[in-house]
Design a protein. Structure first.
Ligand SMILES: [Zn+2]
Ligand SMILES: [Zn+2]
Length: 329
């Protein structure tokens, strides 16, 4: 499977960014990305030169928009047409989400716990969510060196709580990238697993996220497959278990070859964990070379599992990478 290195939250001069789409895409190419979602605030006017910029830079551009309102910011992507955000009140975001879905798009919570007004109008999510199945994803890592920021740790915990409640929802990263400026802080990448179905790469990328085929990292990419009863299941899929006593075998791969020379981690023993609804299910030490690690977990009582890579970054112990969930039913 091809994993597309994606930056899913960006802005240009068409909202409050300080870069054209061409500068944004060229900058993304230099940073080793394959794909960006353009998510300007409340407008899609920045996509005028999309085709040409894709051709010039080789970067796949997913059309999107960040709903920027008093009650929260909602990132959308894969839209065929502009969707009007102006009517969304605090209690009717579900109508907005269904309009986004009606245009072929996905809807995600942007930086849900970022400090809100008066510092950043509407940045803190206050919309009432009556049915979490409606929302496609949560941007759990926002900004640079995202994993160490308390607001992102709250977003990550919210995602875990939703998974524990039986909701199938994806998790992404987004730099909320406004300008071409160098940073020494680690950049997060959301890798989207493309299928071989028809459509453009942008359409395949949107479908990957819709199906939860995503893995987020500031370094190596971690992917996982589950095997039960002789059948293999990928990230985002649901393992169907015949017998509660069965074991599910997990094959977790760490690939250090991605975006080579564009990130660096100190030499160390990493820690690879399998997490699920009952907490940490398994863990082992992991080295700095490409390898596949095998785990077996009992099917009984488990409804989801993800892999997490932990280690020391800039002197702090933190999560380095995580897969989206594999579900168990
Ligand atoms: Zn925002
Ligand atoms: Zn934004």
């Amino acid at each position: 499977m091809r994993w597309l290195a994606s930056e899913l939250h960006t802005h240009t001069l068409h909202s409050d960014g300080r870069q054209s789409l061409r500068e944004l895409a060229a900058g993304a190419a230099k940073l080793g990305f394959d794909c960006i979602a353009l998510t300007d605030h409340n407008t899609m006017s920045g996509l005028g030169e999309c085709e040409q910029v894709q051709q010039e830079t080789g970067i796949v551009i997913i059309p999107g928009m960040e709903w920027t309102t008093f009650y929260g910011h909602m990132v959308t992507m894969g839209l065929q047409n502009f969707v009007d955000w102006r009517k969304a009140g605090r209690s009717d975001i579900h109508e907005g989400i269904s309009m986004v879905h009606g245009q072929g798009g996905l809807a995600g919570m942007a930086h849900p716990f970022r400090i809100g007004s008066p510092v950043c109008t509407g940045c803190y999510w206050e919309y009432e969510i009556r049915d979490w199945n409606d929302l496609d994803y949560i941007e759990v890592w926002s900004g640079t060196f995202a994993s160490v920021k308390p607001e992102n740790q709250r977003a990550f915990a919210l995602w875990t709580e939703r998974l524990n409640a039986g909701i199938r929802i994806a998790a992404t990263s987004g730099r909320d990238w406004h300008e071409q400026k160098h940073t020494d802080e680690p950049l997060s990448v959301t890798y989207l697993g493309l299928d071989d179905e028809p459509g453009t790469i942008a359409q395949q990328a949107v479908r990957a996220l819709a199906q939860g085929r995503a893995s987020v990292t500031i370094g190596p990419v971690v992917t996982m497959e589950a095997e039960s009863g002789g059948t293999l299941y990928g990230i985002g899929e649901s393992v169907s278990v015949q017998n509660g006593a069965d074991l599910i075998h997990l094959h977790v791969k760490i690939d250090f070859s991605v975006r080579q020379t564009l990130w660096e981690l100190p030499e160390q023993d990493f820690s690879l964990k399998i997490t699920g609804n009952s907490g940490t299910l398994a863990q082992c030490a992991a080295g700095s070379t490409d390898q596949i690690y095998e785990f077996s977990i009992p099917a009984d009582g488990h409804i989801w599992a993800r892999a997490e890579l932990w280690g020391i970054v800039k002197g702090m112990r933190t999560m380095i990478a995580f897969t989206n969930a594999i579900y168990i039913s």
